[in-house]
Design a protein around this ligand. Structure first.
Ligand code: AKB
Length: 362
């Protein structure tokens, strides 16, 4: 483990109200809080009235984000001093563990990706277990997994498989996919089997809940380091009036959903009654157009835009190993998952208006 770097803390709560030493403050912890999902999740939870949000990210926070949080930590979840500090300061009820290195970026540095994706997750699960033992209540742990846990061996099998269910084809071909699948099992272990032989064992220290997200498309942020990024990149480039060269073939088909639907799904699963959950990991999806169908829609909304295709063989092989579609009936049945946006409304009601205003005001 590297030498501890400084931990920058920004607090919106005046020092006096911290009743230093008396007791810890209640908190909902969000890691990767400055990322694509994190920014939207903080906004949604604050809008829903939460005032106990504690955010962690490697990158600094802007004033808007700080105003949403009780405390912001700029630091690395792979470093224990930061987690020890959080353990001593807060009584955590829920953890949204969003920090991760995505598939393409991880494939360039697999071992570094493993350290962040697996080492970081294990640290957060350990923090959750320590918290539960100190305040006596299992900590709810929301973990965004991914369609990258799947590995379809060839185009024929992929075609035949269609909408895959959670327990099939769990043979990922990327380090990121392996990390996500292993962390799903780690979470299930902490929820159901942690320290099974210990005499002083607490029945359950972690209430682990995970969603396998498809590609996510946000109007507010441009993705970085993923292999499903072509969809969002294409739309943002068009809104900026820039030509875009797509790194996958036109017939590439994988599932997607909008960022607001992803955030709603996390919050909905988080508030679901544990008794209604038949599993710890759930597929979710909303639409699965081909890259050509996406380009056509972009062309309809941004006439004159230039979109060309120049497949990157390696990245193409990654998306070709992912399912064309996912069966999310378990999520619909167990906790009422139902996305607001299908493909048409995603463009009409969310992406185009929001992205157009983002670049027209730029
Ligand atoms: C990626 O492309 O790596 C992510 C994902 C599908 O999990 N967006």
């Amino acid at each position: 483990m590297n030498a501890p770097e400084t931990i920058e803390i920004m607090s919106t709560v005046p020092a006096s109200s911290h009743d230093r030493g008396a007791r810890r403050n209640a908190a909902v912890l969000v890691t990767g809080a400055n990322g694509e999902v994190g920014r939207g999740l903080l906004t949604a939870m604050h809008a829903a009235g939460r005032r106990d949000l504690v955010a962690i990210d490697l990158r600094g926070f802007d004033d808007t984000q700080r105003a949403l949080c009780r405390e912001c930590f700029v630091g690395d979840i792979c470093e224990s001093p930061l987690l020890h500090r959080i353990q001593s300061m807060f009584e955590i009820s829920v953890i949204y563990h969003l920090a991760a290195l995505l598939s393409t970026r991880t494939e360039f540095a697999p071992e570094a990706g493993h350290e962040i994706n697996v080492g970081g997750t294990l640290n957060m699960l350990r923090l959750a277990a320590d918290q539960a033992r100190s305040h006596g209540v299992p900590v709810k742990f929301l973990f965004p997994s991914s369609i990258a846990v799947y590995g379809l061996p060839d185009p024929e099998t992929r075609q035949r498989a269609g909408a895959v269910t959670e327990d099939l084809y769990n043979q990922p071909t990327t380090m990121y996919g392996c990390n996500k699948l292993y962390c799903e099992h780690l979470g299930r272990y902490y929820d159901h089997h942690h320290r099974a032989l210990a005499k002083d064992r607490m029945p359950s220290v972690v209430d682990f809940r995970s969603i396998r997200f498809p590609g996510l498309i946000s109007a507010e942020t441009i993705p970085s380091g993923g292999t499903s990024d072509y969809a969002a990149e294409m739309i943002h480039a068009a809104a900026e009036g820039k030509p875009y060269t797509c790194f996958v073939r036109p017939d590439t088909r994988i599932p997607f959903m909008t960022m607001p639907d992803a955030i709603d799904a996390l919050l909905k699963l988080s508030s679901a009654d544990k008794a209604s959950l038949s599993r710890t990991v759930y597929n979710v999806t909303a639409f699965n157009p081909t890259a050509q169908e996406l380009a056509d829609l972009v062309g309809q909304h941004f006439p004159g835009v230039e979109i060309t295709f120049s497949p990157d063989e390696q990245r193409q092989a990654i998306v070709d190993s992912w399912p064309m579609d996912c069966d999310d009936s378990a999520a619909r049945e167990d906790w009422g998952f139902s996305p607001r946006h299908d493909l048409g409304s995603a463009f009409r009601d969310y992406l185009v208006p929001r992205i157009a205003s983002r670049y027209s005001s730029a």
